[in-house]
Design a protein. Structure first.
Length: 368
């Protein structure tokens, strides 16, 4: 019988995080120092999609841009297969990971996540635009703990938090077709998750003790996987004031360590209105479908819904409202400031999960 080899254990130890960060910094420095030319995309606020849409535009030969985006999202309460569920009902559900305790005994109350992204784009030709991006993530969750047996009395609340560099991405946009009033381009991006996937914190157990343990999947900032993103974006000028955009993106894992967040399909459609050359407004519909977590970590086995890989993924629909504004803040070309607010209009999540609330994205973009 052939011996099974764990490729991750057979590799020599290297500090991938430090090497990857240094590599991204070098790319960003290179892109920031490339001379660029003016373009219509950079001279009108409506030239870019809502700030929450990624890889929405390409550049002409010699143009480059850097961007800084910061996102915030929160969740509160719980739903089961899309319908609201009470804490009492959750406490009656079996614990599928262990018989000690036999039922779920820790219930998430609310969660917030913040994402800071720095990226750069550079076009070596009219048909190709290169992209690079790094992401820093912080997560915070409040939970309630109940007695494991007997009366299932409320024992208290506790908080867990994690933060760190999540992943790095390198991508290419390819211009497929460009006409006077429309444009179509494709995307392929390689994303590698470099953050920790075994972060710990102190939790209040159903035995009324405080114990340090590896946090569930949703609180980890990384899954140590490599993913490919493939997408297409179509933009069309409806008239001199309105622009219509559509985008489809598919993200899927090509390699993982022990587990990976599920493959995801995202559809976006939006309409923008040009108030003036410096100001545009937008509304967007976003639909996402994500599969459950693949694989598992045997060290994650707490009596809480977030420790179960079946309780991830599903279908969500959001509506968003945004604003793009051009201003002169720094020397050179105009600075692009953007804001978008999204709220869910339909949630059909797999099994037992927290209920999504609002999302906010702020952005700053600068061409040199």
């Amino acid at each position: 019988m052939k011996k099974k080899i764990n490729i991750y254990n057979s590799l020599p130890p290297i500090n991938l995080k430090k090497k990857s960060v240094k590599f991204l910094i070098l790319i960003l420095i290179f892109l920031m120092n490339v001379a660029v030319a003016d373009s219509d995309i950079d001279s009108r606020a409506i030239g870019h999609a809502p700030i929450g849409v990624s890889a929405d535009h390409y550049h002409k030969k010699g143009e480059s841009m850097i961007s800084i985006r910061h996102g915030y999202m929160n969740m509160s309460g719980n739903i089961f297969n899309g319908s609201s569920i009470t804490n009492t009902e959750i406490l009656m559900m079996p614990n599928p990971l262990s018989n000690m305790p036999a039922n779920l005994s820790v219930i998430p109350k609310d969660m917030s996540m913040q994402m800071s992204m720095i990226g750069a784009m550079y076009a070596p030709s009219d048909n190709i635009t290169l992209m690079a991006m790094g992401m820093f993530v912080s997560k915070d969750m409040n939970l309630n703990t109940y007695q494991a047996m007997m009366n299932r009395n409320f024992l208290g609340s506790f908080n867990t938090s994690t933060k760190g560099i999540s992943d790095l991405s390198l991508g290419v946009l390819y211009r497929i077709r460009e006409e006077e009033n429309s444009r179509l381009h494709g995307e392929i991006t390689f994303q590698h998750s470099i953050g920790e996937d075994d972060m710990k914190d102190i939790v209040l157990t159903p035995m009324d003790t405080n114990t340090e343990m590896i946090l569930p999947y949703g609180m980890q900032i990384s899954d140590k996987s490599s993913k490919i993103v493939v997408g297409f974006t179509y933009l069309r000028d409806i008239n001199s004031k309105f622009k219509w955009g559509n985008q489809v993106r598919r993200k899927f894992s090509v390699a993982k360590k022990d587990w990976a967040f599920g493959n995801q399909t995202e559809l976006n459609t939006w309409v923008q209105y040009e108030v003036s050359q410096l100001l545009s407004l937008s509304t967007r519909i976003q639909w996402t479908q994500q599969s459950k977590i693949s694989g598992s970590d045997t060290n994650i086995s707490a009596p809480v819904q977030t420790a179960n890989t079946e309780n991830y993924g599903g279908k969500d629909t959001y509506i968003g409202f945004g604003i793009n504004y051009l201003a002169h803040l720094l020397p050179g070309k105009k600075d692009r400031l953007a804001l978008e607010f999204l709220t869910p209009i339909n949630q059909n999540k797999n099994n037992l999960q927290m209920k999504s609330k609002s999302q906010v994205m702020l952005g700053y973009q600068k061409s040199f």
